[in-house]
Design a protein around this ligand. Structure first.
Ligand code: LLP
Length: 401
């Protein structure tokens, strides 16, 4: 089933009228749920990144796991970013979208042999290596292919990013990376292995980080480590600081773009960048989060003793973040008049799970069967985490042009 919807968007229209004009078109089509992507927001975000990195030895790799939609990948590739990948499938998708292999980083704690071979075959720019067994397998497979694998060692810096426990990755309790206490040994081992080229160190402390303090702490840790290795005569050609910059889920219209100046400014100010050294970033959510909304239709409005439920045709299979992380997403009724009084509703999906809830006690205008809702800030980890549980279809995607 393919959606062919043209959205009339002029610069004069504000966001709300765009969405309402858009909603009217969709009413006619009657095909929900689907992801709606505003490419102007995406492009503005990418331009903001490019403005901030200009003149600095910085490369931003888009974390494809946030959204692997082909159209989105092409747009990001056209803006000159690299790609950060965590599976063979993502490597293939990034190659197909036109990303250059040398601009790719390959992360993940459980890379399988075929995935390592695929990355070596195409000449992926850097493996982010998460353990000693992985290092040895990459060396062995590269040897069999008479290749040299470029790698960075993923360090677990034991920094608490103060974000949701499921998306904190940089503390000692997480499965990610190699502890600082054994780093010396791993660095020496990597230097000795014949089919490994140690390029540098990799870090990633977590996701949806909205305060700069954890990034400052990361810079301090990296500075200390680099100074230590310099004393041993080891200089790294690159440092990868990972991603993690958060977005404003509460006010997507007030803050459609994350503060890229503040984010990159933090690294410019606090990170000691070595001579001829290159700094890599792996941003996902902050690039695509605000450009996407999940559009869904109200199937029923149901009243229990002391609650009103809006039952929509999208479910946790289309957007799992509220069910999995109790994540907040703004919800807008696109078809109700904006002037009316608001009342509290639970907005729920049709899936047979009690956690299939988008919002509890959310204030919305009087809502009726057939209304269209936009679940906002759903561009990252929305479509890419969709499933077919309950034998539901995967959501379609629609773009502003
Ligand atoms: N690099 C590595 C090694 C990562 O593990 C991740 C995300 C990123 C970069 C990109 O992080 P970002 O800039 O998007 O924060 N599904 C969760 C988020 C999981 C993030 C996993 N790793 C959510 O919906 O909130």
């Amino acid at each position: 089933m393919s959606l062919k919807i043209k959205i009339q968007q002029t610069k004069k229209m504000d966001k709300k009228s765009v969405q309402q004009g858009f909603a009217m078109d969709i009413v006619k089509q009657g095909q929900t749920p689907f992801y709606y992507y505003d490419l102007d927001v995406l492009r503005a975000t990418l331009s903001a990144i490019n403005r901030q990195i200009q003149g600095w030895p910085f490369t931003v790799h888009y974390a494809v796991k946030a959204n692997g939609n082909r159209r989105i990948l092409s747009e990001i590739c056209n803006h000159g970013l690299g790609a950060d990948l965590v599976s063979g499938g993502e490597v293939e998708a990034a190659l197909e979208a036109g990303f250059k292999a040398e601009d790719m980083t390959f992360s993940g704690v459980g890379k399988t042999d075929w995935e390592i071979r695929l990355a070596l075959e195409h000449g992926v720019g850097c493996f982010n290596v998460e353990s000693i067994p992985e290092l040895e397998v990459i060396n062995q497979l590269a040897g069999e292919m008479s290749a040299i694998a470029p790698i960075a060692i993923r360090v677990n810096p034991d920094i608490d990013a103060h974000t949701h426990k499921y998306i904190t990755t940089g503390t000692a309790a997480n499965k990610f990376g190699i502890g600082i206490e054994v780093l010396d040994q791993v660095v020496k081992h990597a230097i000795e292995l014949p089919h490994i080229h140690l390029r540098g160190l990799h870090f990633h402390i977590g996701s949806q980080i909205t305060q700069m303090q954890p990034f400052v702490m990361l810079c301090d840790t990296i500075n200390e480590l680099q100074a230590r290795y310099e004393r041993q005569g080891i200089a790294f050609e690159m440092i990868n600081v990972g991603g993690g910059l958060g977005i404003d889920y509460n006010s997507p219209d007030a803050h459609p773009l994350p503060d890229m100046e503040h984010y990159f400014g933090t690294y410019k100010e606090h990170l000691n960048i070595g001579h001829n050294q290159h700094i890599h970033f792996e941003l996902g959510r902050s690039i695509v989060g605000q450009c996407g909304s999940l559009i869904t239709r109200v199937v029923f409005v149901k009243e229990n003793r002391d609650k009103k439920f809006i039952i929509v045709d999208a479910g946790m299979t289309d957007l799992i973040r509220p069910a999995l992380y109790e994540a907040h997403h703004e919800i807008q009724n696109l078809t109700a008049p904006t002037s009316g009084q608001e009342e509290p509703y639970d907005v729920v999906g049709p899936v047979c799970e009690s956690s299939d809830v988008f919002a509890h006690d959310r204030m919305l205008p009087a809502t009726h069967r057939g209304d269209l809702l936009a679940i906002r800030s759903a561009g990252a980890y929305g479509e890419s985490m969709a499933s077919t549980y309950n034998m539901r279809s995967l959501p379609e995607s629609v773009f502003t042009e």
